[in-house]
Design a protein around this ligand. Structure first.
Ligand code: FE
Length: 131
């Protein structure tokens, strides 16, 4: 398998589940309250389901009520990259894995922490590594 940044669409399709592929490579959105992580309260790390990079931690996870795993900050500055998303008649900030480019979700300016950010992330984009 080639490096994450250089992986072809066929390689991604072969290495991901259909749900992971739809979210990570096609910018899909899972239905709220259907993913495996939104109600997870265990301590641990959330890794990119595409490349394994650590993206979020349970320390920054909070209950947003949205039905998607929600965080006030990424694990490290720079592990998550942003882009403007004007699809569906809205202007939102899309977030993706800085290492492999996989789509994760969006970040909104209505979070509870000192930064006021809410990272709204698809469960399908994340693997959980229990502490
Ligand atoms: Fe990644």
């Amino acid at each position: 398998m080639s490096e994450p940044k250089e992986r072809t669409d066929a390689e991604w399709r072969a290495s991901l589940s259909p749900e992971q592929y739809e979210v990570l490579r096609r910018k899909g959105t899972e239905r709220a309250f259907t993913g495996k992580h939104w109600d997870n309260h265990e301590a641990g790390r959330y890794l990119c389901a595409g490349c394994g990079e650590e993206l979020f931690r349970s320390d920054e996870k909070f209950d947003s009520g949205s039905g998607w795993p929600s965080f006030t900050a990424p694990a490290q500055a720079g592990s998550v990259a942003e882009a403007v998303d004007t699809s569906h008649g809205m202007r939102r900030t899309e977030v993706h894995c800085a290492r492999c480019g996989g789509h994760l979700g969006h970040v909104f300016p209505d979070g509870p922490g000192p930064e006021g950010l809410r990272y709204c992330i698809n469960s399908a984009a994340l693997d959980f590594d229990k502490k």
